[in-house]
Design a protein around this ligand. Structure first.
Ligand code: SF4
Length: 295
C-alpha cells in the first residue's frame, strides 16, 4: 500500500545542530537547498501535509518566502515517491507599480503551471478604511478569500503558504501581547467551509535561511507596493526586532519559542475549557482576533 505521505523518511528535529549533515560548504546554494528541502520534507511528513493525488496551489506573492516555498516544493515533488501536483497562484492586489509581469516571467521560465489574478484589494482597503488605521488584517482576510476561491477554480484541494518559523513565533507573541490569546499558526488548517486545507511546509525554516537561499537563487523579488509595507511601527515589525535583540543576547530563544508550540501543557494554564470540573466551571470568553497574518 502506498504510504499516506512519504516525502521524507525520518522524524522531525526542529533545528538540527548541523543542517547540512556534514556535507560540503553549508553556505553553497546546493547544500542550502539540500538542508532546506530536508526540513520541508520533515514538516510535510510530521503533519501529513501532502498526500498522493493532492493538487496544491502555492500562493506566490513575489516575495522571498513564496518563491522559496515554490522552489523547495518543486524539488521535493520531482523526487517524491507519491504523485502530487503544484499550481502557482499570484494575487495582484492592484497597487500601482506592482510587477506581476516579473513574477509571471519567473513562473514561465521555471515551467510551472500558474495563474495570476487581478483584484481590487487595494481599492477596497483605500475606500473602506481610515488611512490612519492598520490595513493588514483586512488585507490578509481579503487575500485569503481570493485564495480560497482560486483554489476551487483551479481544482486545488490544498493551499500552500510561505509562512516560516519566525512567522510562527512572532504570531505566538503578538496574539499574547495584543490579543490576549495563546495561539500561533498551525502547520495544517482545515477551513471551516470543509473544502480547503491550508498547509505551511516551511514551519521548520528560519527567515534568515530563506533570505540566504533567495539571494543564492537570485529570485526576482518584487515589492507588493503597499504603502504600509516595511512600516516599522507595525506590531509585527516591532515584535520581529524585539525577538532579534533577545536572540542576540540569549542565543536559542527563538528555537525555544518554536519548541513551546509543540509542547503545550494545558492543565497549567487558566482556560476553564481545558481544566477539570473541580478546577473551573465557567466557559472562556469568545476569542477576538485582531492581529494580522504576515504578508
Ligand atoms: S503591509 Fe502587507 S499585509 Fe499590510 S496592508 Fe500592506 S500588503 Fe497588506
Amino acid at each position: 500500500m502506498e504510504p499516506k505521505s512519504a516525502l521524507s523518511p525520518s522524524r522531525c528535529q526542529l533545528m538540527p545542530a548541523n543542517p547540512t549533515g556534514g556535507r560540503g560548504d553549508p553556505g553553497s546554494p546546493k547544500e542550502l537547498a539540500r538542508a532546506l528541502t530536508r526540513r520541508v520534507g520533515r514538516a510535510i511528513q510530521d503533519y501529513t501535509m501532502i498526500e498522493a493525488g493532492d493538487r496544491v496551489m502555492v500562493a506566490v506573492s513575489g516575495g522571498k518566502d513564496s518563491y522559496a516555498l515554490l522552489d523547495l516544493l518543486e524539488q521535493l515533488r520531482r523526487r517524491a515517491p507519491v504523485r502530487f501536483e503544484l499550481v502557482a497562484a499570484n494575487v495582484d492586489q492592484g497597487y500601482n507599480g506592482f510587477r506581476s509581469d516579473v513574477i509571471e516571467e519567473h513562473l514561465k521560465a521555471g515551467g510551472f503551471r500558474y495563474h495570476i489574478e487581478m483584484t481590487r484589494i487595494a481599492h477596497t482597503i483605500r475606500t473602506k478604511m481610515d488611512p490612519e488605521d492598520t490595513h493588514c488584517s483586512l488585507c490578509a482576510r481579503l487575500r485569503r478569500g481570493v485564495l480560497y476561491r482560486l483554489a476551487t477554480e483551479l481544482g486545488c484541494n490544498k493551499i500552500a503558504l510561505g509562512h516560516h518559523a519566525d512567522d510562527v513565533i512572532e504570531t505566538l507573541l503578538m496574539l499574547q501581547l495584543f490579543n490576549g490569546q495563546i495561539k500561533a499558526m498551525p502547520p495544517v488548517l482545515h477551513a471551516e467551509n470543509g473544502l480547503h486545507t491550508v498547509i505551511r511546509p516551511m514551519v521548520y525554516l528560519w527567515e534568515e535561511e530563506i533570505i540566504r537561499y533567495a539571494k543564492a537563487m537570485e529570485f526576482p523579488i518584487v515589492c507588493c507596493c503597499c504603502p504600509a509595507c516595511g512600516d516599522t511601527s507595525l506590531q509585527r515589525q516591532q515584535i520581529k526586532s524585539f525577538l532579534k535583540r533577545l536572540e542576540e543576547g540569549h542565543p536559542g530563544i527563538k528555537h525555544s519559542l518554536l519548541k513551546a508550540t509543540r509542547n503545550v501543557q494545558l492543565p497549567f494554564l487558566m482556560d476553564p475549557r481545558y481544566l477539570t470540573s473541580s478546577q473551573a466551571s465557567k466557559p472562556a470568553p469568545a476569542s477576538d482576533e485582531r492581529v494580522a497574518e504576515p504578508v
